[in-house]
Design a protein around this ligand. Structure first.
Ligand code: HEC
Ligand code: HEC
Length: 538
């Protein structure tokens, strides 16, 4: 996949930088010096030690404030295996994960950066970090996918409920199960029950075969169990487990969402949708925008909940309706997440000063940002909520008390609401099994043109989106941020006439994300779905 490769390359760049750092450090890992080992060590020191540490203990300078942490190889704990839970992996297993990386974490794929010989040598070298590899492992015998189409999905879904995957992953698979706020890995770090509707973030891969393998072997070191014992105990059959994997695969789209630069708001006749679940939205195009942790200004945030939003827009010549949908496993404030919030805050302490208070209620929040007026040329305010000289015009929605407000911002956290009657924004929201759907509506033209953006059909208008998960301790600058994209309100008859300004703006599209991703890289790295950083933007 194009974008995944781009991110791997980017991470490799980071690793190269870190390797320089690491090269300055002192004692070497003790090793019998054969030629093959020398090659493995050379590759490891150059490309891996920056994160995994000189001695393989997972403590390289690039380990930084990220979750999950780079693996400590001295523990011989491997997740992506064809062997039973608790077992060491086969050489082919390690080779597979080195080739493909671990999507959804900062572990890059190496198949395009390193030669086959280099990857083979580094696998041998990794094994030398632990004596557990003295005995040879045995791979489990995997059955074959029995297929079965729609019926397999249905029966897999019934099993998903029966064997209680939902307790962690939630009824709709969005990582919002009852146990989700309590989960931690073997090292005491909080860990998310994966959102099963986003298979491009699965550590072990996105396919039915990859999912089946994880169900057979578990993800050692995490609460994700192995289900091989259900087969051995004749509680379910191997075919059943394939059906569960088929069901899980069906929760994600065929392809990962494409990242685009422009939301097209189609013009409709008559009234706009009455709320976020109005059937009219089913016919409107959806656009996916990745968000990343805010790491530019302090306090920075490397463990954001919201990794992307879907945006839809419609207008009727009088008003604009926007529907923003995103996944968040809690409807904040929710006290059952207080323990999680304390843990995640402590796990991130290596970054900035930690707030002492991790229990006062914080809402979920969404901000939609526009320039204060439609720009004439290409200039746009600073993407992170403007500046003193060039403010931005913001829509800010909160879950508690549930309301939206309009305002101006002059820099991050400098939100000034527009007073009383000047507030012309209407909002409606639905929280449903780990998903927020929020509709925002405003008249295209308003009386206060000095403070409020006046929407004009036929022009590309810059727009950016930010999100906060209160249950994850997100407030102020601890948030998910997106770069400038554009919204384009369609016109009934003359569509196409105004393409030029749009194309001009697009030629700089994605620039914002480049800035963010660069800053992230130099500040460390972050657990992000690798596909969310599209190659156009990197
Ligand atoms: C940018 C940081 C980074 C770099 C560079 C990096 N890794 Fe990793 N690696 C990680 C993280 C983070 C994990 C743990 C992911 C998890 O636990 O989900 C990991 C996990 C692994 C694992 C465990 C796989 C499993 O099945 O559990 C292997 C093997 C591995 N890395 C090999 C390598 C090798 C070899 C290199 C160099 C060629 C390398 N890594 C470079 C971050 C990095
Ligand atoms: C006790 C809680 C718990 C239960 C029960 C559970 N899981 Fe998980 N699962 C997790 C956690 C935590 C992770 C994330 C591990 C990580 O990020 O390394 C996970 C990860 C996954 C993944 C992603 C794998 C990958 O490659 O990253 C899939 C798919 C999955 N689970 C499916 C299931 C299915 C299907 C069931 C029921 C048969 C199930 N899980 C039961 C906690 C659970």
């Amino acid at each position: 996949m194009r974008s995944r490769r781009a991110l791997a390359g980017a991470a490799a760049g980071l690793a190269a930088g870190l390797a320089l750092l690491a090269a300055a450090a002192a004692p070497r890992h003790q090793q019998p010096a054969t030629q093959a080992d020398d090659e493995g060590r050379r590759v490891y020191d150059k490309w891996c030690a920056g994160c995994h540490g000189e001695d393989g203990r997972g403590d390289g300078p690039g380990a930084g404030p990220v979750l999950p942490k780079p693996r400590d190889f001295t523990r011989a704990l491997y997740q992506v295996r064809t062997t039973a839970t608790g077992e060491i992996p086969t050489d082919a297993d390690i080779r597979h994960v080195v080739d493909e990386g671990m999507p959804g974490t900062s572990m890059p794929a190496w198949k395009t950066t390193l030669s086959g010989g280099e990857r083979e040598a580094v696998v041998r070298y990794l094994k030398s970090f632990s004596s557990a590899f003295a005995t040879a492992p045995t791979a489990l015998r995997f059955g074959r996918n029995p297929g079965g189409g729609r019926a397999a999905v249905d029966s897999g879904g019934a099993l998903y409920r029966r064997i209680e995957c939902w307790k962690c992953h939630g009824e709709a698979g969005r990582g919002d199960g009852r146990s989700a706020p309590t989960l931690k890995d073997d090292f005491g770090n909080p860990i998310r029950a994966t959102d099963l509707t986003q298979n491009w973030t699965f550590n072990g891969g996105a396919s039915v075969e990859d999912i089946y393998r994880v169900l057979r072997t578990g993800l050692d070191g995490t609460p994700m169990p192995s289900f091989s014992d259900l087969i051995e105990g004749n509680i379910i059959t191997d075919d059943d487990l394939w059906r569960v994997a088929t069901y899980v695969r069906s929760l994600s789209p065929e392809e990962p969402p494409r990242v685009r630069d422009v939301v097209s708001a189609a013009r409709i006749e008559g009234s706009l949708p009455a709320g976020p679940d109005d059937s009219a939205w089913a016919r409107a195009d959806g656009y996916y925008f990745p968000l990343v942790g805010q790491v530019i200004v302090k306090p920075r945030w490397f463990a954001p909940t919201v990794s992307g939003v879907w945006v839809q827009a419609l207008h009727n010549g009088q008003a604009l309706a926007l529907r923003v949908t995103w996944h968040d496993p809690s409807q904040s404030p929710d006290t059952s997440w207080n323990v999680w919030r304390g843990r995640i805050t402590r796990s991130m302490t290596s970054d900035d000063s930690v707030p002492a208070d991790t229990t006062s209620p914080l809402p979920d929040r969404l901000a939609v940002q526009f320039p204060a007026r439609v720009p004439r040329g290409m200039e746009r305010p600073y993407f992170l909520m403007g500046s003193a000289e060039q403010p931005v015009y913001l829509w800010q929605w909160e879950s508690e008390p549930r309301a939206a407000a309009e305002g101006l911002a002059r820099g991050v956290g400098q939100f000034e609401p527009l007073a009383g009657a000047a507030d012309t924004l209407a909002s409606a929201a639905v929280y449903d099994h780990g998903e927020w759907r929020v509709q925002l509506v405003r008249a295209l033209a308003t009386a206060d043109s000095a403070n409020q953006l006046q929407f004009v059909p036929g022009r590309a208008i810059p727009m950016a989106i930010f999100a906060w998960d209160g249950s994850n301790g997100e407030t102020g600058t601890r948030m998910s941020v997106g770069s400038w994209v554009a919204i384009y309100l369609g016109e009934p008859a003359r569509a196409g006439t105004y393409l030029w300004p749009l194309l001009a703006m697009l030629s700089t599209g994605g620039l914002g994300l480049v800035v963010i991703v660069r800053a992230q890289r130099s500040a460390g790295s972050s657990k992000q779905p690798s596909d969310t950083a599209d190659s156009e933007a990197v």
